[in-house]
Design a protein around this ligand. Structure first.
Ligand code: OAD
Length: 248
């Protein structure tokens, strides 16, 4: 499929010394991972993600919340990075510096080959003690739901950020620094509904960057973006990288 881009955007990308990228659930949609604000289906249709992704929900019904994440972990294990993830990994190799900040907890950027990834909301493939915070790597096997902390016996929770919780400070600091220092900033597949992530494109814009939004639908950022590319990221991103580096 051929996609036409504004030549000013292509020139800005080619000339960029530093690129910042923020991704959200939309970039993984074409890998078959449901986004947060699309309606849930099947078993989970009765619940809103916002009601499952909280410490309060976990306290109330730990098995329910654990099972929801176990279901998402299963989906991710059976999924593969798509052309959008792969185009970002390629872009990282083409520009002098790129920081990829993601709100996703699925690890698909790393599986696509991106190296400089900042995870703002944690990662599904780790757990953490609900009482003491000790982090446990790897997917816990079947058995008690949720499993128990090997050290203190408290429940394990997924090592992700829930509503009402603070983001990992170092990750947020790296993301903000990248937004302030880049020439081009991409906001891809995110509804812009959750802060502080949604602030990053505005920080980049205020610091003088060219802000490019790629999304299936308009968002609150659309009016403030330098360029808004409406459509699926799995089509638009590879086409944009091809347009800027035709010979690669
Ligand atoms: P959302 O589900 O809020 O938004 C997904 C966005 O992706 C929407 O704007 C869709 O229009 C867009 N989209 C869907 N398919 C697309 C495609 N193929 N190509 C491009 N865009 C597409 O997901 P996030 O913005 O990531 O936080 O949500 C932010 C945070 O809220 C999540 O990290 C999570 C959630 O609750 C926590 O769990 C803390």
């Amino acid at each position: 499929m051929s996609v036409e881009f504004d030549p000013r955007l292509v020139r800005a990308l080619r000339a960029a010394r530093a690129v910042g990228v923020l991704t959200g659930a939309g970039i993984s949609a074409e890998s078959g991972i449901p986004t947060f604000r699309d309606a849930q289906t099947g078993l989970w249709a009765r619940f809103r993600p916002e009601e499952l992704a909280t410490a309060e929900a976990f306290r109330r019904d730990p098995a329910l919340v654990w099972d929801w994440y176990a279901w998402r972990r299963g989906l991710v294990a059976g999924a593969a990075p798509n052309a959008g993830h792969r185009a970002l990994a390629r872009l990282e190799r083409l520009v002098p510096a790129l920081v990829l900040v993601t709100q996703n907890v699925d690890g698909l950027h790393q599986r696509a080959g991106s190296a400089n990834v900042v995870e703002l909301h944690g990662n599904l493939h780790r757990s953490r003690c609900f009482a003491e915070g000790v982090v446990i790597a790897g997917d816990p096997g079947a058995g008690e739901r949720p499993p128990r902390c090997p050290r203190c016996g408290a429940h394990l929770r997924p090592d992700v950020v829930w509503f009402g919780e603070a983001l990992p400070a170092q990750a947020l600091e790296r993301a903000e620094t990248a937004a302030r220092a880049c020439d081009v900033f991409f906001s891809i597949g995110t509804s812009g509904a959750v802060f502080p992530a949604a602030q990053l494109p505005l920080t980049a814009r205020a610091a003088g960057a060219t802000v490019v939004e790629i999304n299936r639908d308009p968002t609150p950022l659309t009016g403030a973006a330098s360029f808004s590319l409406l459509g699926p990221s799995g089509t638009i991103l590879p086409a944009l990288v091809d347009a800027a580096w035709p010979a690669t």
